[in-house]
Design a protein around this ligand. Structure first.
Ligand code: DGY
Length: 445
């Protein structure tokens, strides 16, 4: 297994100043010239939502570089508005599935500026762009960058609200677990079962060259991930054909919440920049998002859940994404209070919250990626939501938990919520960015 920093070189991270120096160094080391890779050996390309969170880290010491991070992502945007989850800027055989598997090269008459995957990612970009814009020290630079980005963001949101919501009822679907960013979450277990795996071509996973298998998705899930890619590719990635053909159609409570907030934040950007003609369309999306979120509330359990459109059934799990409607906006005081009760129960069972899955569920697995570990970026979004919904103390607890994890273990991709041990990729870019932009302000002496 690769550990990017040998222990003797590992810097003392108990001091917040040293932590910040190391976090900046991680961003610089993982910079490939205009975009930042999440982890050079494990994820050697540009990832969509990673880049957006990472822009917040860059903004703490290099505003121009922060804008460039997002703009480089949008260079990979498809003509139909979709922004892919991976932009393969350079060749690298160390990752599966690479561009040959996705086969997007010949799309759009071969006119794509960069080879890409064929699915999208949680649309955090508009929310991050609004933060960069409103917090910018260099106003001229921000004005120019925000004006360039705005139509691209609008086109991406239009794609979500049409390609992935053909009924126009707000139930925006993801067609692959990777589109949620929470690849092996128990949210997808039941929906993945019927995905066919017969006759798949042989393939070699590369993630297991670098990370212990008990921290990564299982093989049967990888078979299904590949099968779903081949189904989308078979439909030529044409939105209607892909939607109809996909055996996996989930309304992910995480993506839905992130999109709901991003629609609102894009409206704020439109207002600030004077794009009045778009406001009605944006408000319409917000209303649809609210209606869909309302349908995903489980009154008995006191949490929000994802929804399987194919099986017409709620997912049977409560995951960290169940709290993201707090980030979406305002779930109302009663629902917020119920969510905080569940938060309280989960944190009583884990020293380093927030676990990505209910620690009381028999499927909870403290090591395995999105089936238990704590993730800094999710803590950040939930904390934003908690503080905006009147629970500042809870928001601070999640921030302190994230800061403690970094200082105790380092900048890992994710963490064991019980011991605090670092898991997945080391010197991970978005964890460094979350430290710089957020958690460091809550580090205690
Ligand atoms: C992976 O390869 O593990 C990614 O999460 C998919 O984008």
């Amino acid at each position: 297994m690769v550990d990017a920093t040998a222990p003797e070189e590992r810097r003392n991270l108990s001091n917040p100043e040293d932590c910040s120096r190391e976090a900046r160094r991680i961003l610089q080391d993982n910079d490939r010239g205009g975009y930042t890779v999440p982890s050079p050996a494990l994820y050697p390309f540009q990832w969509n939502w990673d880049s957006c969170f990472v822009a917040l880290g860059w903004a703490t010491f290099d505003e121009a570089r922060a804008w460039q991070e997002i703009e480089s992502l949008f260079n990979a945007q498809w003509p139909d508005g979709m922004v892919p989850h991976i932009a393969f800027h350079r060749e690298d055989s160390g990752y599966f599935p690479g561009p040959d598997v996705w086969g997007t090269e010949s799309l759009w008459d071969g006119s794509l500026a960069v080879q890409t995957s064929g699915i999208s990612d949680p649309p955090v970009a508009a929310s991050i762009a609004l933060k960069l814009w409103r917090g910018a020290r260099d106003r001229d630079q921000a004005q120019a960058a925000a004006e360039r980005l705005y139509p691209k963001l609008l086109a991406w949101h239009r794609w979500f609200h049409s390609a992935r919501d053909p009924q126009s009822d707000g139930m925006v679907a993801i067609l692959h677990p990777w589109e949620s960013g929470r690849d092996n979450s128990p949210d997808w277990d039941a929906a993945l079962n019927p995905v066919p795996t017969d006759g798949l071509p042989p393939f070699e996973r590369r993630d297991l060259d670098r990370i212990d298998a008990d921290q990564r998705p299982r093989h049967d899930q990888y078979n299904r991930y590949l099968s779903l890619i081949l189904s989308l590719k078979g439909a030529g990635y044409e939105p209607k054909a892909a939607y109809d053909a996909s055996p996996f159609k989930m309304v992910d409570i995480g993506t839905l919440s992130i999109l709901r907030r991003a629609d609102r934040d894009l409206r704020h950007l439109a207002e600030d920049l004077g794009h009045k003609d778009d406001l009605a369309e944006l408000q319409d999306w917000e209303a649809r998002g609210d209606a869909a979120l309302d349908r995903l509330w489980d009154e008995q359990a006191g949490v929000f859940r994802s929804y399987d459109l194919s099986a017409e059934a709620m997912s049977d799990s409560a995951t960290s994404a169940s709290f993201l409607p707090l980030y979406a906006g305002n779930p109302g005081p009663e629902r917020t209070a119920r969510l905080v009760e569940v938060l309280q129960r989960w944190t009583e069972r884990t020293a380093y919250p927030l676990p990505s899955f209910d620690p009381g569920d028999s499927r909870f697995d403290r090591l395995r990626y999105w089936r238990g570990p704590t993730w800094g970026i999710v803590n950040y979004m939930i904390a934003e939501g908690l503080s905006e919904n009147g629970h500042g103390e809870w928001a601070a607890r999640l921030a302190r938990s994230t800061a403690d994890l970094v200082r105790q273990s380092g900048f890992w991709e994710y963490f064991d919520p019980i011991s605090g041990r670092g898991l997945g990729g080391d010197r991970f870019t978005w964890t460094a960015a979350m430290w710089l932009a957020w958690a460091k302000h809550f580090a205690e002496d």
